[in-house]
Design a protein around this ligand. Structure first.
Ligand code: ATP
Length: 509
């Protein structure tokens, strides 16, 4: 039996019911279970807690044999869903509570538990009913609704357990409305890639319960567990070719031409990670710490250099860029340490051996490279260091020290790419000769497939995604998001960046 069939068959729908007096119900339940006389009034407890209105009258049709096993729960319909799902138990045929959503009314009441058998709703026997028949009975009930349940053995009556403090960043979009496998669609929680979720229940291997951080609704919803998502993703994972930035489109500026063809970065793995959830923790920057490094990643020609250049122009006191090293001859108008650090070939090669470069490449007999030290220099000036790198270089910088915010710059759909780049040119320099060309259809296709491959392989590292269709829109979005990095607290960073050092542990809000 496949899981989809299983879920569809055995889970029905969330109760469309709402608890008004959850605290009252909780008190009632505890007394009813332990009492020799069945159900006792608990007006005093309710009164002490200041709940209003009065306790409703107790049902008078409780049979003797039910006294120590049956629980009667009076609920009132309001606007809040009860937060529970029901199913038919395969072995006994009974209607049972399948799932209690954390933080929902049922959970907060502490009265209803997973596995409780539902005997009656407002005096209507549930025994011979299917979950599909029960839902309308409940939906038609108004005001006070009385449930008769047989509690699952061994469960202590208690109010909702403390919330867990596991936070994750979702690495994929999820829409329960489009998921045929979800056990109960109405109980699902939809989210977008990048949303911060608080996981409140992981008892089920396949369906976790979570709340979206920042939502006013504290009732949890169902989301696919990591395992389940990994299974789905591995089934749909395509071929990852064309990962590297295109070699045909050279970088502009001094190290352009086909320097990419020999471009190297410190290989740090880069195995494909299934995009599921990344465990994160809240972080507030201590003023003694450097600003977070901003890494721009994207396929060749997508506009990384242009975005970086415009950010720098927009606020040169706030943003900074690294000065690369080169072994080529210094030109008349150039100054050492401004356009480049001009070094000898011997020095450059020593630096390669000593792993000083994050990335380096060779073009027409000259080396070009970006050193780790140049990144430290910009951060040391209390600026936001903007660096565009190959995706596999990201992993080398993905450390507690740099806490990089990785921005993935994505091309738009091909129609928009054609339109937005109709006047754009690519400038490459070969020796002293500048070559200008317009984008070809093949360039667009390469850009898109390269972006897809990057996203598949490195998407788990990307904190922001900016689609560079209309340039002004992309630039404004990027600038606004980067401003939030400075102003918004807390930020959410991978949990391992907060646990290594005493300094970082203390910065957690
Ligand atoms: N949104 C856009 N609309 C129109 N033209 C754009 C847009 N973004 C970038 N361009 C233009 O596209 C060309 C390539 O951009 P850019 O050099 O910034 O790409 P890149 O990602 O740095 O590529 P490479 O790494 O190969 O140098 C430039 O002429 C740039 O002005």
């Amino acid at each position: 039996m496949n899981s989809q069939f299983f879920f569809n068959r055995h889970y029905s729908s969330i109760f469309d019911f709402f608890i008004l007096y959850s605290s009252f119900c909780s008190s009632l339940s505890r007394v009813s279970i332990n009492s020799d006389f069945g159900i006792l009034s608990v007006h005093d407890i309710v009164a002490q807690k200041g709940y209003d209105p009065e306790l409703p009258p107790l049902p008078d049709n409780i049979e003797e044999e039910d006294e120590d096993s049956v629980k009667i729960i009076s609920l009132f319909k309001s606007q809040e869903p009860l937060g529970a799902t029901i199913k038919r138990d395969e072995s006994t045929g009974a209607i049972v509570v399948a799932r209690i959503m954390r933080g929902g009314a049922a959970d907060r009441s502490g009265l209803i538990h997973e596995g409780d058998e539902l005997r009656e709703v407002n005096g209507v026997q549930m025994e011979d009913k299917t979950p599909e028949e029960i839902i309308p009975i409940m939906a038609q009930s108004q005001g006070e609704v009385t449930f008769k349940v047989i509690p699952v053995p061994g469960i202590k009556e208690e109010l909702s357990a403390n919330e867990t403090m596991l936070f994750v960043r979702s690495l994929f979009d999820y829409n329960p409305e489009e998921d045929p496998a979800i056990p109960c669609r109405q109980a699902g929680l939809g989210f977008k890639r990048g949303d911060i979720l608080q996981i409140v229940n992981q008892e089920d291997d396949t369906w976790w319960q979570a709340c979206r951080h920042g939502d006013s609704n504290s009732r949890a919803g169902l989301i696919p567990s990591r395992q389940l998502q990994e299974r789905w993703a591995s089934m749909s994972m395509g071929n990852l070719s064309g990962l590297r930035r295109s070699f045909r489109l050279g970088r502009r500026g001094g190290r352009s031409g086909n320097v990419e063809s020999k471009r190297k970065s410190q290989e740090m793995g880069g195995a494909t990670q299934t995009p599921t959830y990344l465990e994160v923790a809240p972080y507030c920057r201590d003023h003694k710490e450097g600003r977070r490094l901003v890494l721009l990643v994207g396929p060749s020609g997508v506009g990384l250099s242009e975005l970086k250049r415009r950010l720098l122009l927009s606020d040169p006191d706030h943003y900074g860029v690294t000065v690369p090293h080169t072994t080529r001859e210094k030109r008349k108008q150039e100054k050492d340490g401004v356009e480049y650090h001009f070094v000898s070939r011997q020095t450059f090669e020593m630096d390669i051996v000593n792993h000083k470069f994050l990335e380096y490449g060779e073009h027409r007999g000259n080396y070009y490279g970006t050193s780790l030290e140049s990144v430290h220099k910009v951060i040391g000036e209390d600026k936001v260091c903007l660096l565009d790198v190959q995706p596999n270089t990201v992993q080398r910088l993905h450390t507690t020290e740099f806490k990089p915010c990785v921005v993935f710059v994505k091309p738009p759909l091909i129609q928009e790419l054609r339109f937005s780049r109709r006047k754009a040119t690519l400038i490459s320099t070969q020796d002293m000769t500048k070559l200008t060309k317009t984008f070809s259809e093949e360039d667009f296709e390469d850009m898109i497939s390269s972006a897809e491959a990057m996203d598949s392989q490195y998407g788990h590292l990307f904190e922001m995604v900016v689609v560079n269709g209309d340039f002004a829109m992309a630039f404004n979005k990027l600038r606004a998001e980067l401003e939030k990095l400075e102003t918004e607290a807390p930020q959410w960073i991978p949990v391992e960046w907060t646990s290594h050092t005493k300094q970082n542990t203390e910065s957690v809000c």
